[in-house]
Design a protein around this ligand. Sequence first.
Ligand code: FAD
Length: 286
Amino acid sequence: MDTLYDVAIVGCGPAGISAAINCKVRNKNIIFFGSEFCTAKMYKSPQIFNYLGYPEITGAELRELFIKHALQAGVKFTKEKVSMVLPMDDEFSIAGSDNTYRAKAVILATGITFTKAIKGEEEFLGKGVGYCATCDAPLYRGKTVAMLAYDKEAEEESSFLSEICKKVYFVPLYNDTGALNDKIEVVKDTPIEIIGENKVTHLVLKNSKIEVDGVFIIKEVASPEQLVPGVEMDGPHIKVNRNMETNIKGLYAAGDCAGKPYQLSKAGGEGQLAALNAIVYIDNKK
Ligand SMILES: Cc1cc2nc3c(=O)[nH]c(=O)nc-3n(C[C@H](O)[C@H](O)[C@H](O)COP(=O)(O)OP(=O)(O)OC[C@H]3O[C@@H](n4cnc5c(N)ncnc54)[C@H](O)[C@@H]3O)c2cc1C
């Protein structure tokens, strides 16, 4: 928790990679957070026709080039999922899955998710519903929890929960579930609603109802409001101005999370703009 980084970048798609490279070019001390696999969206693009200079490239090939470029520029990838960014007096506190970090400015480049909240998810947030199992697991020691898993990264979190909780139900909402330890019960069903009174008591699925003390919802991308309390939104996107500034001083956003069109060149360009403006911001503070 000691180093005060100049800039923390959250998200390792083209927007985040571009921000990281531009910060490095300007010799800034950065921490660059990404998921285990950066970025599934690019990897899944079969053919990209509109990326300048590469008329016949696949998403997977371009992704490799971006990562290679970042590594060549000296960018280090910190493979931690960020669960919370808290604006403090004159800096930010960033909760990663393993550690907490400090930075003078933050760039959000998390991409966008199209997963709709299930009924009760927002109502019981903080009252039994959580988005980070490794962060909140101690609250559920000896208790029963369910995990709604929208992607494979949830498997590791469920294994961690199973060491602490009495019982873990794992509801996979993606294909190809890997091998889970035998303390975890896999429930292949569709979640409908989370119910309770002051706090969560049950998870209702299409074909069953499970009694639980908590429900963890693990998505590749959390909504920006969950990530940064108080960030102003414009529909599903973070509200930014032309400098990629948000309503919070020192907080920038770039790429799909900052608005349409969802395109690679826009993401890369906005990552650069966010980085250059974050640098102006921290340099002016000196
Ligand atoms: C099938 C398909 C085809 C496409 N074809 C084209 C095309 O031909 N041309 C074009 O211009 N665009 C195309 N796109 C769109 C393009 O891929 C996106 O616009 C671009 O990837 C957005 O970049 P981004 O950096 O904003 O977000 P993303 O690429 O989504 O990257 C965000 C990354 O941040 C990580 N992340 C999120 N939250 C956190 C967190 N809390 N902590 C740590 N890491 C986090 C995510 O896991 C992800 O790896 C296509 C998209 C798809 C899905």
